[in-house]
Structures are given as structure tokens and as C-alpha cells.
Design a protein around this ligand. Structure first.
Ligand code: HEM
Length: 477
């Protein structure tokens, strides 16, 4: 028999649980998608569960995405949820430590540095970084070998992203002190910091020291640049140094530094895990890797020629491989907002009270057979006969940082929707396309020891990632 708890007939049903504060924390934490689907089967698209004492109301499907991601600023709030996690890592006066209107201006500044004009200049830098890495890393000595793909991809992503976004000074420091600071900060970016921010974890001290030291490094770089010691190039740091708020205030140096840290963290994990999943699927389905190689030859001709920004637009199979990977392995499974006013849900008698947190999980649609036949199968070709997701996202709004799709009826939203939508999508596509192109040009990949399929997903960190160990074999072409 279904155990549906209607503690309050005016609120969504509460997911059955035995322990009051723990509630569904463990089942949600181990496999959020299984939890979402199991609860959906029992309660429908809308239900409340207990997450470490908090009442979290899930609203699945397009209507839920619309309700949560396009909720009015006065009704739903992101910063009250995320700032406990992000402010100690990024620093003050940026992102979720400021009113949303100010963050929208900061997003606009960053977006400017991620326009196609800038992306064009990033492509050769990315190739340079990947080429150097593959040449210098001892795991790629010889004609064949075995690698831990998450480790390799984490490094390639960090080097490429920081070279383009952070600038040459930071990239050079990554080989020395900066890498340790990055890891100390990253250790402070865990679910435990989010769920129990007051808990005095030993790594919090290292996180705070790293945050201050990193801010100092950026501030020194900014000063040196302003003193004319560095040559001008296209990177976000220069863009932010030129940025002026609507009220005429130039962006202060400490805000620039903190926003640079935010970018370092925001761009790294999602791209790194996505490239890992791509390589794992290519190792499991080497025939797709071969098709990608043929695409490089047939579209670009000479595969020893560097890839250009224009080339990137001409590779539909690479694009579909990325799309398909983000459908099946969205790095972000949960998007949360604090409820600020009682929110009636249309078509029901329920009102979500301000004591609740709202949870959107647009990625559940990507994993549903209803929208994607045989959804569990990784098949990049499925996109050849599907509508371009960009066309599905017809309605656009201007939240202060340019036109953004509101995603009301899209079944595919790996980059979110509404005012908090990702600004790194184009950058991520360019970065992933360059990584995939170079890997397929140079290598053949396969699973180790005749294994089939790919590893399971590890949901224990903030970004879903491949369960380790995740080794694959490479062979030079
Ligand atoms: C926001 C996904 C890469 C910067 C988001 C959101 C998602 C997302 C789902 C919405 C979060 C929410 O509504 O709470 C991804 C994926 C990526 C990726 C799947 C790569 C595969 C990047 C990169 C950057 C970046 C490379 C920076 C260069 C941001 C920023 C926001 C954001 C600044 C805005 C947060 C807000 O307004 O609250 N991303 N992202 N992302 N992302 Fe990304």
C-alpha cells in the first residue's frame, strides 16, 4: 500500500521516512535520480522530502522547471541557499554574496569575455595546452597505455580553462603554488560544507587561507597589469578590469579577484566530468570514436592541421556526442531555491510555504523514456532526428546580462534556465570540442580487460562524476 503522508492538505505530500531529521537524506544522497523517479511513481511530479531537517519540495517536469527556474525574484531566491557554500570559497561581494541585480551585472561582464570574438582566440591556446600536456605527461609515453580518465581530464580541463579564462600569469602559476591553493579551495566545495556550514571541518581552515592567498595573487596580477607590465590579451581578467557598474563604479580589485575564483571553480568541474564521461563512452563504444575520426577527416581534411573556431561549428557528430553525454550525465542534478512567499501551485490545492526549499531537477526529463526513447542508452545519433534543443528554448527574457531562454517547454536543460542560466555553455562546447577532436585524432580508446559499458555515477560530491577507479586503455593512431 502506498504510504502518502498528507500532513497538511494544503501542502504537497511528504515522502515517507522513519527518522525525523534525517528524512530522505540518505536515499537522495546515494542516487538522486533513482530517488526522484521512485517518488514520482508514488506521489506524482510534486512532493516534499526531508533533507537534514529542511523541507524540500520537488517539482518535476516542464511545469516544475517553469515554476522554479522562472519564479519571480521576490518569490524564489538562490543566494540564500548557495552563499553558505560559495562565499567562503569565492570571497565577499560577488555572485551569491550580493543582491541578484548586482550579480546579473557581474554575469554580464563575464559574458562579454566569453563572446565569440574571445572564443576565437581561445581555440589555439586550448590546443597548445592539450598538446603540451599529452607530450609532457608520463602516462602518454610510448604507443599505448592505461590512464585514469577522471585524473587526466581534470588536468586538461584545468590547464585549458585557466589559460583562456584566467590569463597567462595564473596558468604559469598552476605548475607551482596555485595548484595547491586550487585544491585547498576545492576541498571546501563539498556537500558537507553546503549541508552543515557551521561544522568546524579541518579543511575549512586551509580553504580560508587559500582563499586569502589566491585573492592576494589576483590582486598582485591586476596591479602589475595596470602598471603596464603585461601585454594585453583576450582574457576575462582584462575584461573585468575594464568593467564598470551601471552606477559608474569601476569593478573594485577585490571583487575582480573573487569573481575570478568563482569562474575558476564554476567552469572546472562540469567540463572536467563531461569530458571524462565522453572518453568513457568512446572507450565503451569504439565504433563511435572511429566515426568521429572519419568526421575529422571528411570535414576538416588534413587532421594534422590545427582546429579553428570555424571548424568547431562544422562537426555535428562531436556536437551530438557532447549533447548526448550531458543528457545522460548532467553534472548538476539538483537546482535549489529558497521560497520567499507562499506559492500556490496551479491546478492543485497546494501552497508551498516560505519555510520550504524548492528543488528543480530538469535532468530527470533527459533520463525519461517518455521524452527520449530508450533513454538509458548513450546514442549520439539520436540527436540527428531530434529538434535542436536551442529551437525548443523559444521564449527569451533579458535578466540584465543579455537574452536568455526561459526554457519553459524544453525537455533538455543541462545549462539551466531563467535568470541563473549558465553563461559558460559556449565556452564549454568549444573546450569540449577541442578536447574530443584532439583525442580522436591522436588515439584509439578501449575499455580495460574486455569490460563493457561505463562505470556508475558517484553522487557524493556536488557535481555528479564517474565512479573511480575509471581506467581506460589508449593506443596511438
Ligand atoms: C550556471 C551547468 C560550464 C559558469 C549554471 C547552471 C547550470 C550549469 C545547470 C544553473 C544553476 C542554477 O540555476 O542554480 C553547466 C554545465 C557546464 C557548465 C553542464 C559544462 C558542461 C560552465 C563554465 C562556466 C560556467 C565553463 C564559466 C566559464 C556559470 C555561471 C552560472 C552558471 C557564472 C550562473 C549561476 C547563477 O546565475 O546563479 N551552469 N555549466 N559554467 N554557470 Fe555553468
Amino acid at each position: 500500500a502506498q504510504q502518502i503522508l498528507y500532513k497538511n492538505p494544503n501542502e504537497p505530500p511528504v515522502v515517507f521516512h522513519w527518522l525525523p531529521v534525517i528524512g530522505s537524506t540518505v536515499t537522495y544522497g546515494i542516487d538522486p535520480f533513482r530517488f526522484f523517479f521512485d517518488c514520482q511513481a508514488k506521489y506524482g511530479d510534486i512532493y516534499t522530502f526531508i533533507l537534514l531537517g529542511r523541507k524540500v519540495t520537488v517539482y518535476l517536469g516542464s511545469k516544475g522547471n517553469q515554476f522554479i527556474l522562472n519564479g519571480k525574484l521576490k518569490d524564489v531566491n538562490a543566494e540564500e541557499i548557495y552563499s553558505v557554500l560559495t562565499t567562503p570559497v569565492f570571497g565577499k561581494d560577488v555572485v551569491y554574496d550580493v543582491p541578484n541585480a548586482k550579480f546579473m551585472e557581474q554575469k554580464k561582464f563575464i559574458k562579454y569575455g566569453l563572446q565569440s570574438g574571445a572564443l576565437l582566440t581561445y581555440v589555439p591556446l586550448m590546443q597548445d595546452e592539450i598538446g603540451n600536456f599529452l607530450q609532457g605527461d608520463s602516462h602518454f609515453n610510448g604507443q599505448h597505455g592505461t590512464i585514469s580518465i577522471p585524473k587526466v581530464m581534470a588536468q586538461i580541463t584545468l590547464f585549458t580553462a585557466s589559460r583562456c579564462l584566467q590569463g597567462i600569469e595564473v596558468r604559469q602559476k598552476l605548475d607551482t603554488t596555485f595548484a595547491d591553493l586550487y585544491h585547498a579551495l576545492d576541498d571546501g566545495f563539498q556537500p558537507i560544507n553546503f549541508m552543515l556550514p557551521w561544522f568546524p571541518l579541518p579543511q575549512n581552515r586551509r580553504r580560508d587561507i587559500a582563499q586569502r592567498r589566491m585573492t592576494q595573487i589576483y590582486t598582485e596580477i591586476i596591479k602589475a597589469r595596470r602598471a603596464g607590465a603585461e601585454k594585453r590579451s583576450e582574457d576575462i581578467l582584462w575584461t573585468l578590469m575594464d568593467s564598470v557598474y551601471k552606477d559608474g563604479t569601476p569593478m573594485p580589485d577585490n571583487e575582480i579577484a573573487h569573481l575570478m575564483i568563482a569562474l575558476l571553480m564554476a567552469g572546472q568541474h562540469s567540463s572536467s566530468v563531461t569530458s571524462s564521461w565522453i572518453m568513457l563512452h568512446l572507450a565503451a563504444q569504439p565504433e563511435v570514436m572511429e566515426e568521429l575520426y572519419q568526421e575529422q577527416i571528411s570535414v576538416l581534411g588534413n587532421t594534422s592541421k590545427p582546429i579553428t573556431y570555424e571548424d568547431i561549428q562544422k562537426l555535428p557528430l562531436v556536437m551530438n556526442v557532447i549533447r548526448e553525454t550531458l543528457r545522460l550525465h548532467p553534472p548538476i542534478h539538483t537546482i535549489m531555491r529558497k521560497v520567499k512567499n507562499p506559492l500556490p501551485i496551479e491546478g492543485t490545492n497546494w501552497i508551498v510555504p516560505p519555510s520550504h526549499v524548492l528543488l528543480a531537477a530538469p535532468a530527470t526529463m533527459g533520463k525519461s523514456d517518455e521524452y527520449f526513447p530508450n533513454a538509458a542508452k548513450w546514442d549520439p545519433h539520436r540527436w540527428e532526428c531530434m529538434a535542436d534543443p536551442a529551437d525548443q528554448e523559444k521564449e527569451k527574457m533579458d535578466y540584465g546580462y543579455g537574452l536568455v531562454s526561459t526554457g519553459a517547454d524544453s525537455t533538455y536543460l543541462p545549462f539551466g534556465a531563467g535568470r541563473h542560466r549558465c553563461i559558460g555553455e559556449q565556452f564549454a562546447y568549444v573546450q569540449l570540442t577541442v578536447i574530443v577532436s584532439i583525442m580522436v585524432r591522436k588515439f584509439k580508446l578501449k575499455n580495460v580487460d574486455g569490460k563493457t559499458g561505463v562505470v556508475a555515477t558517484d553522487y557524493s560530491s556536488l557535481f555528479s562524476r564517474p565512479m573511480e577507479p575509471a581506467f581506460i586503455q589508449w593506443e596511438r593512431r
